[in-house]
Design a protein around this ligand. Structure first.
Ligand code: CUA
Length: 355
Protein backbone atom coordinates (compact mmCIF):
# COMPACT_ATOMS: atom_id res chain seq x y z
CA UNK A 1 0.00 0.00 0.00
CA UNK A 2 2.76 2.39 1.02
CA UNK A 3 4.70 1.53 -2.18
CA UNK A 4 1.73 2.30 -4.41
CA UNK A 5 0.99 5.57 -2.63
CA UNK A 6 4.62 6.64 -2.91
CA UNK A 7 4.80 5.81 -6.60
CA UNK A 8 1.56 7.62 -7.35
CA UNK A 9 2.96 10.63 -5.56
CA UNK A 10 6.14 10.48 -7.63
CA UNK A 11 4.19 10.09 -10.88
CA UNK A 12 1.94 13.00 -9.94
CA UNK A 13 4.98 15.24 -9.69
CA UNK A 14 5.66 14.56 -13.39
CA UNK A 15 2.90 17.06 -14.18
CA UNK A 16 4.27 19.59 -11.74
CA UNK A 17 7.78 19.37 -13.16
CA UNK A 18 6.56 19.47 -16.74
CA UNK A 19 5.13 22.91 -16.00
CA UNK A 20 8.52 23.91 -14.65
CA UNK A 21 7.12 24.78 -11.23
CA UNK A 22 9.99 23.23 -9.30
CA UNK A 23 12.61 23.30 -12.01
CA UNK A 24 15.77 25.23 -12.69
CA UNK A 25 17.49 25.02 -9.36
CA UNK A 26 21.15 25.93 -9.65
CA UNK A 27 21.16 25.82 -13.44
CA UNK A 28 22.29 28.64 -15.76
CA UNK A 29 19.73 31.09 -17.11
CA UNK A 30 17.27 29.29 -19.38
CA UNK A 31 16.86 31.49 -22.44
CA UNK A 32 14.71 29.30 -24.69
CA UNK A 33 11.42 27.46 -24.27
CA UNK A 34 13.24 24.19 -25.01
CA UNK A 35 15.71 24.93 -22.20
CA UNK A 36 12.82 25.08 -19.71
CA UNK A 37 11.58 21.66 -20.83
CA UNK A 38 15.11 20.31 -20.55
CA UNK A 39 15.48 21.72 -17.03
CA UNK A 40 12.16 20.29 -15.92
CA UNK A 41 13.28 16.81 -16.93
CA UNK A 42 16.70 17.33 -15.43
CA UNK A 43 15.45 18.45 -12.03
CA UNK A 44 12.86 15.68 -12.01
CA UNK A 45 15.66 13.14 -12.48
CA UNK A 46 17.73 14.74 -9.74
CA UNK A 47 14.86 14.80 -7.24
CA UNK A 48 13.62 11.31 -8.00
CA UNK A 49 17.20 10.11 -7.38
CA UNK A 50 17.33 12.01 -4.10
CA UNK A 51 13.96 10.55 -3.10
CA UNK A 52 14.96 6.93 -3.73
CA UNK A 53 18.43 7.39 -2.20
CA UNK A 54 16.86 8.64 1.02
CA UNK A 55 14.20 5.91 0.93
CA UNK A 56 16.62 3.05 0.32
CA UNK A 57 19.55 4.15 2.47
CA UNK A 58 17.17 5.31 5.22
CA UNK A 59 15.39 1.95 5.12
CA UNK A 60 18.71 0.11 5.29
CA UNK A 61 19.87 2.07 8.33
CA UNK A 62 16.49 1.66 10.07
CA UNK A 63 16.36 -2.10 9.46
CA UNK A 64 20.00 -2.60 10.44
CA UNK A 65 19.21 -0.91 13.73
CA UNK A 66 15.87 -2.62 14.29
CA UNK A 67 17.21 -6.10 13.66
CA UNK A 68 20.62 -5.52 15.23
CA UNK A 69 22.58 -8.33 16.83
CA UNK A 70 21.62 -9.15 20.38
CA UNK A 71 18.05 -7.76 20.25
CA UNK A 72 15.46 -10.03 21.84
CA UNK A 73 13.37 -12.43 19.71
CA UNK A 74 13.84 -13.88 16.21
CA UNK A 75 12.02 -12.88 13.01
CA UNK A 76 10.33 -15.63 11.03
CA UNK A 77 12.03 -16.83 7.85
CA UNK A 78 10.62 -15.13 4.73
CA UNK A 79 11.33 -16.93 1.43
CA UNK A 80 9.14 -15.00 -1.03
CA UNK A 81 6.39 -12.41 -1.33
CA UNK A 82 4.75 -12.35 -4.76
CA UNK A 83 2.72 -9.19 -4.22
CA UNK A 84 5.84 -7.27 -3.27
CA UNK A 85 7.86 -8.74 -6.16
CA UNK A 86 5.22 -7.84 -8.74
CA UNK A 87 4.94 -4.32 -7.36
CA UNK A 88 8.67 -3.63 -7.38
CA UNK A 89 8.86 -4.85 -10.95
CA UNK A 90 5.84 -3.10 -12.41
CA UNK A 91 6.10 0.26 -10.68
CA UNK A 92 9.74 1.00 -11.65
CA UNK A 93 9.02 -0.26 -15.20
CA UNK A 94 6.15 2.20 -15.61
CA UNK A 95 8.24 4.99 -14.13
CA UNK A 96 11.21 4.29 -16.40
CA UNK A 97 8.99 4.13 -19.49
CA UNK A 98 7.50 7.46 -18.43
CA UNK A 99 10.98 8.97 -18.09
CA UNK A 100 11.92 7.57 -21.50
CA UNK A 101 8.83 9.06 -23.18
CA UNK A 102 9.47 12.40 -21.53
CA UNK A 103 13.16 12.33 -22.53
CA UNK A 104 12.26 11.44 -26.10
CA UNK A 105 9.83 14.34 -26.29
CA UNK A 106 12.49 16.79 -25.09
CA UNK A 107 15.04 15.23 -27.46
CA UNK A 108 12.76 15.75 -30.46
CA UNK A 109 12.04 19.30 -29.38
CA UNK A 110 15.77 20.00 -29.25
CA UNK A 111 16.79 18.29 -32.47
CA UNK A 112 13.97 18.98 -34.97
CA UNK A 113 14.45 22.53 -36.23
CA UNK A 114 11.36 24.17 -37.75
CA UNK A 115 11.59 24.35 -41.56
CA UNK A 116 11.29 28.13 -41.38
CA UNK A 117 14.41 28.50 -39.24
CA UNK A 118 16.92 31.18 -40.18
CA UNK A 119 20.14 29.46 -41.19
CA UNK A 120 23.58 30.48 -39.99
CA UNK A 121 26.68 28.49 -40.91
CA UNK A 122 29.30 27.84 -38.27
CA UNK A 123 32.92 26.90 -38.82
CA UNK A 124 35.03 25.74 -35.87
CA UNK A 125 38.76 26.07 -36.11
CA UNK A 126 41.64 26.00 -33.62
CA UNK A 127 40.75 28.22 -31.71
CA UNK A 128 37.91 30.39 -32.84
CA UNK A 129 34.43 30.32 -34.35
CA UNK A 130 33.35 31.82 -37.67
CA UNK A 131 29.71 32.56 -38.47
CA UNK A 132 28.36 33.05 -42.00
CA UNK A 133 24.97 34.67 -42.59
CA UNK A 134 22.80 34.25 -45.70
CA UNK A 135 23.62 37.77 -46.89
CA UNK A 136 27.35 36.98 -46.96
CA UNK A 137 28.21 38.63 -43.68
CA UNK A 138 30.92 36.95 -41.61
CA UNK A 139 31.53 37.44 -37.89
CA UNK A 140 33.47 35.87 -35.03
CA UNK A 141 30.63 36.48 -32.57
CA UNK A 142 27.30 34.84 -33.18
CA UNK A 143 24.40 37.23 -33.77
CA UNK A 144 20.83 35.95 -33.80
CA UNK A 145 17.35 37.47 -33.77
CA UNK A 146 15.09 37.36 -30.72
CA UNK A 147 12.05 35.04 -30.74
CA UNK A 148 12.83 33.52 -34.12
CA UNK A 149 13.98 29.96 -34.77
CA UNK A 150 17.63 29.84 -35.81
CA UNK A 151 19.38 26.77 -37.20
CA UNK A 152 23.15 26.47 -37.08
CA UNK A 153 24.80 24.29 -39.72
CA UNK A 154 28.23 23.46 -38.37
CA UNK A 155 31.51 22.02 -39.62
CA UNK A 156 35.16 22.08 -38.62
CA UNK A 157 38.25 23.17 -40.49
CA UNK A 158 40.59 20.92 -38.46
CA UNK A 159 39.74 18.78 -35.42
CA UNK A 160 36.70 17.87 -33.34
CA UNK A 161 35.13 20.78 -31.49
CA UNK A 162 31.88 20.98 -29.59
CA UNK A 163 29.54 23.94 -29.87
CA UNK A 164 27.94 24.68 -26.52
CA UNK A 165 25.48 27.40 -25.46
CA UNK A 166 24.77 26.70 -21.77
CA UNK A 167 21.85 29.16 -21.60
CA UNK A 168 20.05 27.32 -24.41
CA UNK A 169 21.03 23.82 -23.21
CA UNK A 170 22.34 22.96 -26.68
CA UNK A 171 25.62 21.20 -27.27
CA UNK A 172 26.70 19.46 -30.45
CA UNK A 173 29.95 18.08 -31.81
CA UNK A 174 31.47 20.02 -34.69
CA UNK A 175 33.13 17.46 -36.90
CA UNK A 176 35.61 17.84 -39.77
CA UNK A 177 34.27 16.51 -43.06
CA UNK A 178 30.55 16.61 -42.25
CA UNK A 179 27.73 18.84 -41.09
CA UNK A 180 25.93 18.75 -37.78
CA UNK A 181 23.33 21.20 -36.54
CA UNK A 182 21.60 22.69 -33.54
CA UNK A 183 18.69 25.07 -33.39
CA UNK A 184 17.21 27.47 -30.85
CA UNK A 185 14.64 30.17 -30.43
CA UNK A 186 16.01 32.63 -27.91
CA UNK A 187 13.58 34.55 -25.74
CA UNK A 188 16.06 36.51 -23.62
CA UNK A 189 17.83 39.37 -25.43
CA UNK A 190 21.43 40.36 -24.70
CA UNK A 191 24.75 38.62 -24.51
CA UNK A 192 25.07 34.87 -23.91
CA UNK A 193 28.16 32.70 -23.71
CA UNK A 194 29.36 30.20 -26.31
CA UNK A 195 31.95 27.60 -25.35
CA UNK A 196 33.93 24.93 -27.13
CA UNK A 197 33.15 21.89 -24.98
CA UNK A 198 35.60 19.39 -26.39
CA UNK A 199 39.35 19.48 -25.80
CA UNK A 200 40.79 20.57 -29.15
CA UNK A 201 44.39 21.51 -28.42
CA UNK A 202 46.46 24.08 -26.53
CA UNK A 203 44.08 27.04 -26.55
CA UNK A 204 40.84 25.06 -26.26
CA UNK A 205 39.86 27.01 -23.15
CA UNK A 206 40.10 30.27 -25.10
CA UNK A 207 37.74 29.03 -27.81
CA UNK A 208 34.88 31.05 -26.41
CA UNK A 209 32.78 33.71 -28.00
CA UNK A 210 29.69 35.83 -27.46
CA UNK A 211 26.20 35.14 -28.67
CA UNK A 212 24.26 38.35 -29.12
CA UNK A 213 20.49 38.03 -29.21
CA UNK A 214 19.09 41.15 -30.85
CA UNK A 215 15.59 42.60 -30.94
CA UNK A 216 14.00 43.42 -34.31
CA UNK A 217 15.49 46.91 -34.62
CA UNK A 218 18.98 45.82 -33.52
CA UNK A 219 18.84 42.85 -35.87
CA UNK A 220 18.04 45.10 -38.85
CA UNK A 221 20.88 47.40 -37.83
CA UNK A 222 23.24 44.45 -37.61
CA UNK A 223 22.31 42.67 -40.79
CA UNK A 224 21.78 45.73 -43.00
CA UNK A 225 23.95 48.43 -41.49
CA UNK A 226 26.85 46.36 -40.13
CA UNK A 227 26.31 47.71 -36.65
CA UNK A 228 28.14 45.87 -33.85
CA UNK A 229 26.60 45.00 -30.52
CA UNK A 230 29.51 43.46 -28.66
CA UNK A 231 29.03 45.90 -25.78
CA UNK A 232 25.66 44.48 -24.76
CA UNK A 233 25.48 43.34 -21.14
CA UNK A 234 25.44 39.64 -20.26
CA UNK A 235 21.82 38.50 -20.12
CA UNK A 236 22.41 36.52 -16.91
CA UNK A 237 24.23 39.36 -15.16
CA UNK A 238 27.44 37.32 -14.88
CA UNK A 239 30.88 38.83 -15.58
CA UNK A 240 31.81 39.19 -19.23
CA UNK A 241 34.37 36.61 -20.35
CA UNK A 242 35.52 38.78 -23.21
CA UNK A 243 38.64 39.87 -21.29
CA UNK A 244 40.15 36.41 -21.60
CA UNK A 245 38.89 35.78 -25.11
CA UNK A 246 41.35 34.54 -27.69
CA UNK A 247 42.72 37.55 -29.49
CA UNK A 248 44.71 35.65 -32.10
CA UNK A 249 43.67 36.60 -35.59
CA UNK A 250 41.20 33.99 -36.79
CA UNK A 251 41.27 34.81 -40.48
CA UNK A 252 37.63 35.75 -40.58
CA UNK A 253 37.26 39.41 -41.25
CA UNK A 254 34.20 41.07 -39.83
CA UNK A 255 31.90 42.29 -42.53
CA UNK A 256 32.66 39.81 -45.30
CA UNK A 257 31.42 40.28 -48.81
CA UNK A 258 27.99 41.80 -48.81
CA UNK A 259 27.01 40.20 -52.08
CA UNK A 260 25.31 37.33 -50.29
CA UNK A 261 26.50 33.88 -49.35
CA UNK A 262 24.86 32.22 -52.34
CA UNK A 263 26.30 34.77 -54.71
CA UNK A 264 29.72 33.93 -53.33
CA UNK A 265 28.87 30.28 -53.95
CA UNK A 266 27.80 31.05 -57.51
CA UNK A 267 31.16 32.67 -58.18
CA UNK A 268 32.97 29.59 -56.84
CA UNK A 269 30.69 27.33 -58.87
CA UNK A 270 31.79 29.14 -62.00
CA UNK A 271 35.45 29.83 -61.18
CA UNK A 272 36.27 26.30 -59.93
CA UNK A 273 34.80 24.63 -62.98
CA UNK A 274 31.68 22.96 -61.50
CA UNK A 275 29.68 24.69 -64.20
CA UNK A 276 31.51 22.71 -66.93
CA UNK A 277 29.71 19.50 -65.98
CA UNK A 278 26.65 20.57 -63.97
CA UNK A 279 23.91 22.78 -65.34
CA UNK A 280 21.76 24.93 -63.09
CA UNK A 281 18.80 25.20 -65.47
CA UNK A 282 17.75 21.55 -65.64
CA UNK A 283 19.57 20.63 -68.85
CA UNK A 284 21.73 17.51 -68.94
CA UNK A 285 25.50 17.81 -69.13
CA UNK A 286 28.23 15.27 -68.23
CA UNK A 287 26.97 15.37 -64.65
CA UNK A 288 23.43 15.73 -63.29
CA UNK A 289 21.84 19.16 -63.22
CA UNK A 290 21.78 20.79 -59.81
CA UNK A 291 18.52 22.60 -60.39
CA UNK A 292 16.04 21.75 -57.65
CA UNK A 293 18.04 18.82 -56.27
CA UNK A 294 18.30 20.09 -52.71
CA UNK A 295 15.76 18.49 -50.43
CA UNK A 296 14.72 16.01 -53.12
CA UNK A 297 15.46 12.32 -53.60
CA UNK A 298 18.11 11.13 -56.01
CA UNK A 299 18.37 7.60 -57.36
CA UNK A 300 21.73 5.88 -57.68
CA UNK A 301 22.99 3.31 -60.18
CA UNK A 302 22.65 0.59 -57.53
CA UNK A 303 18.94 1.38 -57.17
CA UNK A 304 19.25 2.98 -53.74
CA UNK A 305 18.01 6.50 -53.08
CA UNK A 306 18.98 9.35 -50.80
CA UNK A 307 17.63 12.74 -49.88
CA UNK A 308 19.91 15.58 -50.96
CA UNK A 309 21.08 17.54 -47.92
CA UNK A 310 24.24 19.37 -46.88
CA UNK A 311 26.10 16.16 -46.09
CA UNK A 312 25.18 14.54 -49.41
CA UNK A 313 26.38 17.53 -51.44
CA UNK A 314 29.57 17.65 -49.45
CA UNK A 315 30.18 13.96 -50.09
CA UNK A 316 29.51 14.44 -53.80
CA UNK A 317 32.17 17.15 -53.92
CA UNK A 318 34.80 15.39 -51.80
CA UNK A 319 34.15 11.76 -52.69
CA UNK A 320 32.12 11.78 -55.91
CA UNK A 321 32.54 8.04 -56.52
CA UNK A 322 30.73 7.15 -53.28
CA UNK A 323 27.27 7.51 -54.87
CA UNK A 324 26.76 7.64 -58.64
CA UNK A 325 23.46 9.08 -59.79
CA UNK A 326 21.49 6.82 -62.12
CA UNK A 327 22.25 7.53 -65.79
CA UNK A 328 25.70 9.00 -65.20
CA UNK A 329 29.26 7.68 -65.29
CA UNK A 330 31.74 8.01 -62.40
CA UNK A 331 33.90 10.60 -64.13
CA UNK A 332 34.04 13.38 -61.58
CA UNK A 333 37.39 13.88 -59.83
CA UNK A 334 37.51 14.60 -56.11
CA UNK A 335 37.60 18.21 -54.96
CA UNK A 336 38.63 17.28 -51.44
CA UNK A 337 40.77 19.92 -49.79
CA UNK A 338 40.18 22.45 -52.54
CA UNK A 339 37.57 24.48 -50.69
CA UNK A 340 37.89 26.16 -47.33
CA UNK A 341 34.99 25.43 -44.98
CA UNK A 342 33.59 28.92 -45.52
CA UNK A 343 33.76 28.41 -49.31
CA UNK A 344 32.07 25.03 -49.03
CA UNK A 345 29.29 26.71 -47.05
CA UNK A 346 28.85 29.32 -49.77
CA UNK A 347 28.81 26.69 -52.50
CA UNK A 348 26.22 24.55 -50.72
CA UNK A 349 24.14 27.60 -49.92
CA UNK A 350 24.11 28.41 -53.67
CA UNK A 351 23.14 24.86 -54.67
CA UNK A 352 20.42 24.91 -52.03
CA UNK A 353 18.85 27.93 -53.69
CA UNK A 354 18.77 26.48 -57.22
CA UNK A 355 15.03 25.91 -57.17
CU1 CUA B 1 37.50 23.78 -30.00
CU2 CUA B 1 37.82 22.88 -27.82
Amino acid sequence: MLGIATSLMVLATFALFERGAMAEMGLPLAATEAAHHYDALYSFLVWISVFFTVLIVGGMIYLAYKYRRGRPGNTKLITDNHTLEILWTIIPTIMLLGIFAWGYKVYLLQTQAPASAYEIRVVGKQWSWTFQYPNGKITNELYAPLNKPVKLIMSSEDVLHSFFIPNFRVKQDVVPGMYTSVWFEANVPGKHQVFCAEYCGGSHSLMITDLLILDDQQWMDFIEKDKEFTNLARADGKPDLRMVKNTEPSGAASGGSMGGLSLEGKKLFESRGCVACHSVDGSKKIGPTLKGVFGHEVKFVDGKTAKVDENYIRESIEDPAAHIVEGFAPTMPTFKGQFKETEMNALISYIKELK
